[in-house]
Design a protein around this ligand. Sequence first.
Ligand SMILES: *Cc1c(COP(=O)(O)O)cnc(C)c1O
Length: 477
Amino acid sequence: MEEKLIKDYSSPGRRAYSLPPLEVTESSLENDIKDYLRDDLDLPEVSEVDVVRHYTALSEMNYGVDSGIYPLGSCTMKYNPKRNERIARMTKLSYLHPYQEVEDVQGSLEILYQLKLDLAEISGMDEITLQPASGAHGEFTSLMIVKKYFEDRDEERTKVIVPDSAHGTNPASAIMAGYDVIEIASNEQGMVDLQELKEAVGEDTAALMLTNPNTLGIFEEDILEITKIVHDAGGLIYYDGANMNAIMGYAKPGEMDFDLMHFNLHKTFSTPHGGGGPGSGPVGVKDFLAPYLPKPVLKKEADSYFWDYKRDKSIGKVHSFYGNYGVMLRAWAYIKTVGGKGLKKTTENAVLNANYLKARLKDKYELPYAEDSLHEFVLSGSKQKEKGASTLHIAKRLLDYDQYAPTIYFPLVVKEAIMIEPTETENIDTLDRFVETMLTISREIKENPELVINAPHSTAVRRLDETKAARKPDLHW
Ligand SMILES: *Cc1c(COP(=O)(O)O)cnc(C)c1O
């Protein structure tokens, strides 16, 4: 698993090309250009095959969805069909410039418009903006919409309610938008505690932010009661759409009485993501909030598409140009390829796969919430911790078996949490292999905990300082 630096393959005079002999008179470079040529740079002299093998070796030290199962709960790391990549690379689309006149890019605007209509249909929302670049950005955009809406109504509402099982971006977005966050505890079934909610709502409630199914993979049974409690107090209800892949084709946030929401195109509708981007987090709203959407809004009149900038109540722009067009394109290709029936099937298989894994793992790993769950579920590594190896060690040991670890230590309501989301794209053989590995690790902890505690043993690097790796990446030598 060692790979030398590209410099170490260098040999003086070695080249990645060979040119035919010179047939014209040689001429020297103009002096003013010469000034810019540097020969003090220690550049590697290598052949083409050296370059290809070096970078292929580096890529093989990494792990991705194309390498194997990637069961990160909440993140929805599904396989990305290569067909969508080919479509996103078509020169007719990829060579366009965002400053081109709308008359010249009607086709690409039509794609965006169709995507908007499809997202509205899938979610039961009335109007969509495609500008936000991620789920978190969609949350922030939505809370700015909430803010503007209440300002317009002369209502002073300063608080946003967030359940304790929420993703960390929810309270972070609320704070960034200038709200105070009220956290409410979940009940014993892992759902919103209605009594807690009733006590938390009031005249100062701007919004409740909710994920449904929640981050335990559990559908909020009392959802209509929940939305009613908040609406009766005059607040709005925000849907965190990161788990849309659990309900697509079966239930719509709009019909659960949510007022606005975000989608994570890079989760629900394939599209490669990870390492911080790129993503796309469109926001959908009910009609009464549409005037506040970021401008410009894509409109269609007769047979042509245009950007509507005349929007007095808009919160303004939240992204340059159209947003992350390449991500939208892949999501559009995905939706158009599988169609309505296909999206439904996607949901069914995601739920089936997660429930299969849950059924096979729940005897050896503690299952803190036994409620029926949908596309993901959360185990606890508490039993294993008593024997000496924690959830972190289990996650590291999985890497030795060439499998990616689930999300760990989230949601915060579960101690030693192991949050598993296989997605619909894995077949039963891959799922079985994952189960066998998890059971093997549990056995190893009983017999030889040191083996697990010191994992990984077989990766290119072993235990990284995770904070430093994220905050101070060492990208050169
Ligand atoms: C991923 C996720 C988010 C944030 O989305 P990003 O696109 O990563 O910004 C918010 N909530 C939940 C439940 C998520 O899983």
